[in-house]
Design a protein around this ligand. Structure first.
Ligand code: B12
Ligand code: SF4
Length: 254
């Protein structure tokens, strides 16, 4: 069992689909069990939810092997550090993987901690899958592009993995989250979500983790894939186009 964790990054009233870990889960083959735990959800005590699953797994034939967390700089890092530290302290056998913008920007400091075992730098779908082979002893860590690991306790960051546009991967697995609980009022309407139709960014702001993860490149999905989303886009205002040209932010049907 793999736990895909979105540490709290915002108040529950501002929660958003946990797109980063949804992308990772969608790419796992059917034989691997996984669950998303989102710290932005109201009323969820994330550490307790994680440990409940680890304890239950210990009594089953599918123990939690990996807690994989997405970590952005800022508030999400503030939640992620004590969470990872506590899990490692109480369950040292559970491997902790960090992916996303923070470990992509700062791989060495993350790998120097005692509580993170591996990092995934840049696009995560394929690297994470290959990491699972490493964990199961089928592959050498040095052979996985995009992986950060420890050799005799010392951080090692492998070469970058060339990355692919959204069409190379499955669509977000909306069936693995409670979609309704994420549809919230905004100035666009009563029930809104975010649809991300690209990955990366064409700009080069020097503080930004997106550049560390993807370079100054953005890749778009095909219109056919956007059209096949289970949601109906009923409104895309011109102001949204002006303010957020690359995020498709629309009122959703329902
Ligand atoms: C879409 C988007 C939004 C949407 C909502 C996002 C959502 N979750 O629904 C909206 C517009 C609402 C939004 C709001 C905000 N956003 Co925003 N957003 C983005 C954007 C454009 C795309 C992020 C995304 O979902 N991509 C799709 C997913 C699939 O890709 P990904 O996250 O990169 O994940 C891949 C890899 O990074 C990696 N990976 C990531 N995590 C993990 C974990 C593991 C275990 C593994 C193996 C791999 C892995 O693999 C994934 C799949 O390839 C990025 C900029 C960009 N161009 O990427 C900013 C960005 C993430 N947002 C940012 C910010 C600051 C915010 C706000 C805090 C702004 C504000 N002040 O209000 C809010 C907070 C949102 C919230 N409530 O949490 C910053 C984060 C900066 C940072 N701290 O690093 C970014 C980087 C832009 C920026 N530089 O300012 N955002
Ligand atoms: S415009 Fe692009 S490079 Fe600049 S902060 Fe936003 S995501 Fe990062």
């Amino acid at each position: 069992m793999i736990l895909l964790v979105n540490p709290r990054s915002t108040k529950p009233k501002n929660r958003r689909f946990p797109l980063s870990v949804m992308a990772i889960g969608a790419s796992l083959p059917s034989g691997i069990t996984w669950e998303i735990l989102d710290g932005n959800l109201p009323g969820l005590a994330l550490y307790d939810a994680i440990t409940a699953r680890i304890e239950a797994g210990r009594r089953s034939d599918d123990p939690v092997k990996v807690v994989a967390m997405t970590v952005m700089p800022g508030p999400q890092l503030v939640s992620a550090v004590p969470l990872a530290r506590q899990i490692k302290e109480h369950y040292p056998e559970v491997l902790i993987v960090w992916g996303g913008y923070f470990p992509s920007l700062y791989p060495t400091p993350v790998l120097t901690t005692r509580y993170v075992d591996f990092i995934v730098s840049g696009q995560g779908e394929r690297t994470f899958l290959e990491l699972l082979d490493v964990i199961d002893g089928r592959r050498e860590p040095a052979s996985v592009p995009g992986l950060g690991w420890k050799k005799n306790g010392e951080p090692v960051l492998n070469a970058e993995r060339p990355w692919l546009g959204p069409d190379a991967f499955p669509a977000p697995p909306y069936d693995k989250i409670d979609v309704d609980s994420y549809l919230l009022p905004t100035f666009f309407g009563k029930r809104n979500g975010v649809y991300q139709a690209s990955i990366g960014c064409p700009y080069s702001c020097n503080f930004c983790g997106v550049i560390a993860a993807f370079g100054s490149v953005e890749k778009f999905e095909s219109p056919a894939r956007t059209e096949a989303t289970p949601f109906t886009s009923t409104t895309t205002t011109s102001s949204s186009k002006k303010r957020m040209p690359r995020n498709s932010v629309s009122e959703l049907d329902g």
